[in-house]
Write a protein that binds this ligand. Structure first.
Ligand SMILES: NC(=O)c1ccc[n+]([C@@H]2O[C@H](COP(=O)([O-])OP(=O)(O)OC[C@H]3O[C@@H](n4cnc5c(N)ncnc54)[C@H](O)[C@@H]3O)[C@@H](O)[C@H]2O)c1
Ligand SMILES: OC[C@H](O)C(O)[C@@H](O)CO
Length: 387
């Protein structure tokens, strides 16, 4: 709420600056036929396209408009949604209708500031909050700006993402990185913020036994954040290597390998046995129906399954089990007002994100980065592109 009131004026003009035409259909915008050469300093960006083939583009390096900041992007993580847009061309009703830049997990250095920007100067280190709300709608007014109906989320078509050499951003939606938080960690603050937002709303309390379903990047940042918040965590996955990774990250976590063919009830029996206590909360990080069911059956009377994962449009629920056991279902959509909290937790040393980056690529090798992120055999957790 506070954030909204203090920045709403800036956001109004930011919205005008972010006319998608200016970002997506700029006349000088050029699709590159070949892999870009290193060391040119050109403003290249990686994109997904309607033909499901990623492409590099060269964007003009526009001057920042009033209220805008140019960020020299230093680190960008590849999110599962980048891969999904690239391979499938849509997520729900967000559809790739023309070439669109990917990436929304970024941090960098302020390289130029537009007129009227007083809070940033060249050289400042920042994390980029990639969703720009309108500041005018009902949800913005009540501080729940992740529900903004007019928002621009960079990398969600048609809005170009942040995986480029330079990115123009509204000054109000950058967050200062303390000196002890690297660009790499600053970029990881985006997925961490998803987890932080979920945990904040889940009501997790110190000493709660918490089931985390799924040990992908979101499950792992959720594990780190839940542990920091005082949870006694258990984590499930179908992949032994992901569970090994989770164990290295948080040695006290109990890991449960799900075997193909196990029913949700069977999984829940395993979970309950391993937990050796009544479980009141699950943080579901797969969005897969069978995993959601297993989480539901793992809960005690009055528990809650908080679903961070996203999945199929239509899913069934074990209604009578939920009803007779007063188990709540709750969901998270992106985040609001959480970025500064994430950065504080990292700066304080409460959450160590560093081990999550398993692969690093130069910007010009971003196609290889994408292929690595998309290949389950690569063993990648978080692939980042650095410049
Ligand atoms: N709510 C939001 O705003 C938000 C934001 C970002 C990502 N997400 C979603 O979070 C989810 C996780 O993202 P990610 O990047 O970690 O994805 P991911 O695909 O890398 O990881 C998912 C993990 O779940 C495991 N899994 C699959 N089925 C399982 C099952 N039945 N039981 C246990 N584990 C199972 C997979 O093996 C994998 O390790 C995705 O659905 C993603 O779209 C949501
Ligand atoms: O963290 C933000 C998410 O990755 C986005 O909502 C993405 O899934 C769709 O644009």
């Amino acid at each position: 709420m506070y954030l909204f009131i203090t920045t709403s004026k800036a956001k109004m003009s930011d919205r005008q600056l972010y006319d998608p035409k200016r970002i997506v259909e700029h006349p000088e915008f050029k699709i590159l036929k070949e892999k870009p050469a290193k060391g040119t300093g050109k403003n290249i960006a990686l994109c997904y396209d309607v033909d499901h083939v990623n492409k590099f583009v060269e964007k003009p390096r526009l001057d920042p408009s009033p209220g805008q900041v140019e960020v020299k992007v230093r680190a960008t993580g590849i999110c599962g949604s980048d891969v999904h847009f690239s391979q499938h061309g849509h997520i729900g009703d967000m559809v790739v209708r023309s070439i669109c830049g990917c990436g929304h997990e970024s941090a960098g250095e302020v390289s130029r500031v537009g007129e009227g920007v007083t809070e940033w100067k060249v050289g400042d280190r920042v994390a980029i909050e990639a969703g720009i709300p309108c500041g005018q709608c009902h949800f913005c007014k009540i501080g729940r700006y992740n529900a903004c109906e007019n928002d621009i989320f960079f990398s969600t078509p048609p809005h170009f993402g942040t995986m480029s050499r330079y990115h123009l951003h509204p000054a109000a939606w950058l967050h200062k990185l303390p000196d002890n938080v690297s660009y790499e960690e600053g970029a990881l603050c985006e997925p961490l913020t998803v987890a932080m937002a979920g945990i904040y709303r889940s009501g997790l309390r110190l000493g709660d036994g918490v089931l985390i379903a799924g040990a992908g990047p979101i499950g792992l940042v959720t594990l780190l954040a839940a542990k920091a918040a005082g949870a006694i965590p258990l984590i499930t996955d179908l992949s032994p290597s992901r569970l090994e990774f989770a164990k290295k990250l948080v040695p006290s976590v109990k890991t449960i390998l799900i075997e193909k063919g196990q029913t949700p009830q069977e999984v829940a029996e395993r979970v309950k046995k391993e937990a050796d206590m009544k479980l009141t909360l699950a943080l579901e990080c797969t969005g897969v129906e069978s995993s959601i069911h297993a989480a539901i059956y793992s809960m005690t009377f009055g528990g809650k399954v908080f679903i961070i994962g996203v999945g199929k449009n239509l899913q069934s629920i074990p209604f009578m089990h939920l009803s007779a056991n007063e188990i709540d279902l709750q969901y998270q959509y992106r985040y609001a007002n959480q970025y500064p909290r994430s950065i504080r937790c990292v700066a304080d040393g409460m959450i160590d994100l560093k081990p999550l980056v398993t692969h690093r690529f130069d910007l010009e090798d971003a196609m290889d980065a994408f292929n690595t992120a998309a290949d389950p055999r690569s063993g990648a957790i978080k692939v980042q592109v650095h410049d």
